[in-house]
Design a protein around this ligand. Structure first.
Ligand code: C2E
Ligand code: MG
Ligand code: MG
Ligand code: MG
Length: 276
């Protein structure tokens, strides 16, 4: 009877909103209880140079297999982990696994591939990131130039000038830095210089339309031109079709990562497919 004044749209709205809040709350609790080494696994997606199809890197992408809920996508749980702060121990775990894996990959093959690791702004701002990377470096004998640190365009923009020093130190140590999901935010290009960026990862949202939409084409073309002028590499994310790749190649894009040439897979599969 209490709800009798609400129209059906508002009931629907309230119940979806309530469901979202409940889902978020249960994710928080599940993350708090997660047994990382049992429930988490890194998958790896290959990154290729377009000109000769050479493997240049692999990106570590976190997978969560919950014992009762099954697989939960990082798009859903990473934002929650960032809010609660559990992203800090999660990233510790990711870095450790990623270092162990690139050590293994470099032993299995003579290719000079890099391991891409995604970093949330919270990790850069609050964790002693450099100390943690150094510790893993010693444990796994992995030099910094084997590691590419990915930060999204939106989070790079949100970071305070005070963490510029952190980037300086990372660069001085020999890590490379890629800007993830580039081209959809409201970029002030000055941060690309300030953060000593090495590579722009052109957002899938733009790549999706590169074969047929004039606007996406113009934007990607401008990004590639600018990157060349600034001596940065470009990698297109989420390339699924040959006609997309053809256009990107024509525009002078350096690298690609996408289902067309390789999906994220567990390391054993990666090794069989790309390192032997
Ligand atoms: P991202 O770093 O931009 O990673 C690329 C995403 O695009 C991955 O989704 C990948 O599976 C997907 N992708 C790549 N190629 C294609 C394609 O051709 N088609 C389609 N449809 N998708 C493609 P995923 O693995 O679900 O990860 C989503 C996001 O979660 C990542 O976006 C990243 O922001 C975040 N993430 C994943 N692992 C970590 C992590 O260890 N730490 C942090 N902080 N974030 C992570
Ligand atoms: Mg990424
Ligand atoms: Mg991306
Ligand atoms: Mg993304």
């Amino acid at each position: 009877a209490k709800d009798s004044h609400q129209n059906s749209a508002s009931v629907r709205f309230n119940s979806t909103l309530r469901e979202k809040i409940e889902r978020k709350h249960s994710l928080e609790i599940m993350l708090g209880n997660a047994d990382f080494s049992r429930e988490f696994q890194l998958y790896f997606q290959p990154q290729f140079r377009i000109s000769d199809h050479a493997l240049v890197g692999m990106e570590a992408l976190l997978r969560w297999f919950h014992p009762h809920q099954g697989m939960i996508s990082p798009g859903e749980f990473i934002p929650v982990a960032e809010e609660t702060g559990i992203i800090l121990p999660i990233t510790e775990w990711v870095i450790d696994q990623a270092y162990a894996t690139i050590a293994h990959a470099r032993k299995a093959s003579s290719l000079s591939i890099q391991m891409g690791i995604n970093l949330s702004p919270k990790v850069i701002e609050t964790a002693d990131l450099l100390a943690s990377l150094k510790q893993k470096e010693m444990r796994h004998c992995v030099p910094p130039h084997w590691i590419d640190l990915e930060i999204t365009e939106n989070s790079a923009m949100s970071l305070h000038a005070t963490i510029e020093g952190t980037f300086d130190q990372l660069k001085q140590s020999g890590f490379t830095i890629s800007i993830d999901d580039f081209g959809t935010g409201y970029s002030s290009l000055s941060y690309i210089r300030r953060f000593g960026v090495d590579r722009l990862k052109i957002a899938k949202e733009l790549v999706d339309h590169v074969a047929d939409d004039r606007n996406s084409q113009l934007i990607i073309k401008a990004i590639i031109m600018m990157a060349k002028g600034m001596n940065l590499r470009t990698i297109a994310e989420g390339v699924e079709y040959q006609d997309q790749l053809d256009v990107l190649k024509e525009m002078g894009c350096d690298e690609m990562q996408g289902y067309l040439w390789g999906r994220p897979v567990p390391f054993e599969t990666f090794k069989q497919q790309y390192l032997s």
